[in-house]
Design a protein around this ligand. Structure first.
Ligand SMILES: C[S@@+](CC[C@H](N)C(=O)[O-])C[C@H]1O[C@@H](n2cnc3c(N)ncnc32)[C@H](O)[C@@H]1O
Length: 269
């Protein structure tokens, strides 16, 4: 089931993830004059940071509402950025156009990882880089996604993926990445990082996540059932249990979310 990321409010999550885009863009400097493609740009976090550093930027996303937010943010900052509809199956740039193709927690949602990797490579220049981020299972982000995905699969059948659950490709796993990228003559390097999420309690953390597109999409799907209230209550109970399990602060809520920054480049001949 593909998720409509225009649902609800993704903006608070984008704020939480901004520091990761900052890290990814900063490590990619210098960017002046380079063509940066931000695949799955959402509200434009990485795209705007790259444009501020003088890059020529194309932000690409399937979610029309998020593109509109990104365009507004660019205009507010006086930045020229092209934001275009597209996704990992079809990136609206010419072959080899991107000096740097970024995807911050976005291509990991591609329904077909192999096709997404081939499409990113098509869009990237011979000397260019692909740089993406992926969560390492174990933190609150993956706990919530997995718990919701499993619950929705129990309710509606199908694979264990729920709305917006990442395709079954281990985007964080070095061996899986090496294999997938090597098939196209690319090598990959991984850098491991961690970010902390905090709230006053596990309940407060879940409350803050309630307008996330995944939560809204799940609630809409459950609303079609006659026992929707009980089902939503059961999902909430399971999410709370999952979040409590990863909580590192008994007096409040704190969870480390580990992630990788993956850099892929064409191997030397
Ligand atoms: C977790 S958000 C990340 C957004 C942004 N990169 C950020 O750091 O805030 C995931 C984004 O991926 C986009 N997305 C979902 N499926 C995608 C796909 N197959 N190809 C490209 N982007 C996709 C969503 O619309 C959403 O904007």
């Amino acid at each position: 089931m593909e998720l409509d990321w225009s649902l609800g409010r993704y903006e608070p999550t984008a704020e939480l993830l901004l520091l990761i885009s900052e890290r990814v863009v900063t490590m990619s400097e210098p960017l002046a004059g380079k063509h940066v493609v931000d695949l799955g740009c959402g509200t434009g976090n990485a795209a705007l940071l790259a444009a501020e550093r003088g890059a020529v930027v194309t932000g690409v996303d399937p979610a029309a509402r998020l593109l509109a937010v990104a365009r507004k943010r660019a205009a507010e900052r006086g930045l020229q950025v092209e934001f275009a509809a597209g996704d990992s199956a079809s990136i609206p740039v010419e072959d080899g156009a991107a000096d740097l193709l970024l995807s911050v927690f976005a291509v990991i949602f591609a329904p077909d990882a192999e096709a997404a990797i081939a499409e990113m490579m098509r869009a990237t220049a011979a000397e260019g880089l692909i740089r993406l981020t992926s969560w390492i299972p174990g933190g609150s982000m993956t706990a919530i996604n997995r718990t919701a995905g499993q619950f929705m699969a129990e309710m509606f059948g199908g694979e264990s993926s729920g709305p917006g659950t990442a395709a079954p490709f281990a985007w964080h796993d070095e061996a899986a990445l090496q294999q997938a990228f090597a098939a196209h003559g690319f090598t990959v390097e991984l850098e491991r990082h961690s970010m902390q999420l905090r709230a006053t309690s596990p309940e407060a953390y879940l409350e803050e996540s309630a307008q996330h597109p995944m939560a809204v999409s799940g609630a809409q799907a459950l609303a079609s059932r006659s026992d929707s209230e009980e089902l939503q209550a059961e999902l909430d109970r399971r999410l709370l249990a999952a979040v409590r399990e990863v909580n590192e602060d008994p007096a409040a809520f704190q969870a480390s979310n580990e992630y990788v920054i993956v850099t892929a480049r064409r191997s030397e001949a």
